[in-house]
Ligand binder design. Sequence first.
Ligand SMILES: CC(C)(COP(=O)(O)OP(=O)(O)OC[C@H]1O[C@@H](n2cnc3c(N)ncnc32)[C@H](O)[C@@H]1OP(=O)(O)O)[C@@H](O)C(=O)NCCC(=O)NCCS
Length: 406
Amino acid sequence: MADDGVTIRPLRTDDDYDAQMDLAERAFGVKAADERAAWPERITPLIEGGAYFGAFAGERPAGAALFYDMRQWWCGRAVPMAGVSGVKIAPEDQGRGIGRRMMSALLDEIAARGFPLSALYPATVAFYRTLGWELAGGRYTAVLPARSLRSFVPGDAALDEAGGDGPLPSLRRAGPDDAAAVIDVTGRAHEAARDCGPVTFDVTTTAFRLRKPDTYAYLCDDGFVAYWWENGNDDLFIPGIRAVSAQALRSLWSVIASHATIAETVRAWTGPVDPLWWLAQEEDGKMDRRWMWMLRVVDAPGAIAARGFPSAVTLHVPLIISDQIRPANSGSWMLSVADGKGQLAATTAGTSVVPLRLGARGLAALYAGTPLASLRLAGLAAHGDRDTDAALDAAFAANPYMLDGF
Ligand SMILES: CC(C)(COP(=O)(O)OP(=O)(O)OC[C@H]1O[C@@H](n2cnc3c(N)ncnc32)[C@H](O)[C@@H]1OP(=O)(O)O)[C@@H](O)C(=O)NCCC(=O)NCCS
């Protein structure tokens, strides 16, 4: 317990659920009815797994935060990632440093569990920046008239069967028992696309999502879609379509198209360069919103080793990283990339090249593919040899996105 009487510890299953719900409702201003109903199935495993932390002023809950055990794809390779969510401090306890202490404890736990990365959707960017998270990618919402999806542009005839006009795979309805298959096909889709940013949840959370009564889900060997209706039956909402093959993608979209006589509008979370824009007959959809998410490099050597890199890039660049919150990341390093793999090795030997200097935020932004020119202009990178900037840009090149919220 600190001098101010505040204790930070993992929640226990015998902690008062109602007091936690009251805290969530006071901090977020909405009745957490869904979360209340979901607590036994969704939240209890997180508590049992030590992934849900609380701050207590005496006995009273003063704050809480949790993380999900996730995988995030970086250049087509799955990197273990702790997805932080539900961060809140009671109104009367805010601004006293409790949030910072609680998140530092959560970050220590995330590091102790061996997650090299953590990501979150910020309600306030400034708070998380003080802890080393930085803006990294977006979740994009495309909005289209449903009727535009009734037919897609055929594959280019010049390409014969390679254009995507082969037989469409048949789909089957998916439910909670398919959680492992959904995670598998989602991962294969992101690997094949060499995606940067998309995530998968663990089996329990995926099954929970597939069990939601309003969710319809379809699966084939090479693809998966889930969706639900909104505003009565005016709108369809699709939190992402994942497909390994062009045929699977068309087959999954055909499920959505089947509703085009009833639904007015389709809203879908997509990537910024989603194939949808090249499939749609007309250019009458728009990108409605980009919701930025933030990334934290928790373990710099681990994160570099786990990430994919373009196989054409070879480089050796000296770095000096300063990370006060995760001091193990600090120091002099040699970043090497070759054969699609990266390595960050501690170095004491001086080089003739002036090292590039990064803090925790600059490291996160670089990892997520932010070009060096932007990092330098934003004050997140300094020194280094500008001749190596282009090679670093090529190594980390990414347009990161996510198809999930948490
Ligand atoms: C955001 C929140 C968790 C921060 O907790 P807190 O205990 O008030 O924050 P702290 O007192 O520990 O502040 C830590 C640092 O973040 C900064 N900070 C905190 N809240 C901030 C805000 N809303 N805007 C800008 N900076 C903020 C503080 O200035 C402080 O910076 P410093 O360490 O450089 O002095 C808390 O205010 C809260 O629960 N807000 C309502 C719910 C919410 O928005 N949750 C976030 C969901 S993603």
